[in-house]
Design a protein around this ligand. Structure first.
Ligand code: PXP
Length: 238
């Protein structure tokens, strides 16, 4: 049975829209854990557009589950990871202008650099995952570079429908089997929601699904009416 990693970047997006202190992703991590999250994921971006350094340091101290730090494999981020010591790091590609992570890592062009970066993190007892597209070549390079985990990019699966989505699902299933045969633990994520998650969750040996946007969107849908009611009551009661 796959476990659930909850990505709380969007909580920080709302806070950063006002550059204030609420909502605090650290408090929401606590609520996500109450709801059954098996791990908490945050992406510390070079431009600090949502999650801030302070969030990651506090999460490391306060969460009861596991901390998955998503980051680019830059020297700056490697130094931060070695200070924070998250349970694991997921290396992702990062472009300044993208709205969200657009594709998987290009492992082939960066084998030597990534070998060093992964070795560096493992020396600090941090397990390391590679966010990759579901392609045999990327999986083979993940093994060669020394990753412990891979996270298969489900963004394409989420965008497609009908027979095209079915083909992409097959690619994800085959990739999971290939990775397992090589001894890699397989996670998946991106674009997963309440409609499309089941088929990914039921893949044999799927370890963990990392989900953010749809969970935060659902939280707003479930919670907004109550929060308006509370404000209305404050305004109208003596
Ligand atoms: N996995 C990775 C590597 C990501 O970059 C993201 C988005 O930050 C997710 C999973 C979660 O994607 P979503 O917010 O679409 O659920």
């Amino acid at each position: 049975m796959a476990t659930l990693g909850v990505n709380i970047d969007h909580i920080a997006n709302v806070r950063q829209a006002r550059k204030t202190v609420e909502p605090d992703p650290v408090q929401f991590a606590f609520l996500a854990e109450l709801g059954g999250a098996d791990s908490i994921t945050v992406h510390l971006r070079e431009d600090r557009r949502h999650i801030q350094d302070r969030d990651v340091f506090l999460l490391k101290e306060t969460i009861k589950t596991k901390l998955n730090l998503e980051m680019a494999a830059t020297e700056e981020m490697l130094e931060i990871a070695k200070k924070i010591l998250p349970d694991y790091v997921t290396l992702v590609p990062e472009k300044r202008k993208e709205v969200t992570t657009e594709g998987g890592l290009d492992l082939k062009s960066n084998v030597q650099y990534l070998k060093k970066a992964v070795g560096n993190l493992k020396d600090s007892n941090i397990e390391v995952s590679a966010f990759i597209d579901p392609l045999g070549e990327q999986i083979n390079y993940s093994k060669e570079i020394g990753f412990d985990f891979i996270e298969l990019h489900t963004g394409k699966y989420a965008e497609l429908s009908g027979s095209e989505q079915h083909k992409e699902l097959q690619r994800i299933i085959e990739s999971t089997h290939l990775a397992n045969d090589l001894g890699l633990v397989v996670n998946a994520g991106h674009g997963l929601n309440y409609n499309n998650v089941k088929k990914i969750a039921s893949i044999n040996n799927m370890n963990e699904l990392n989900i953010g946007h749809s969970i935060v969107a659902r939280a707003l849908a479930i919670g907004l009416e109550k929060s308006v009611r509370e404000m209305k009551s404050l305004i109208t009661s003596n």
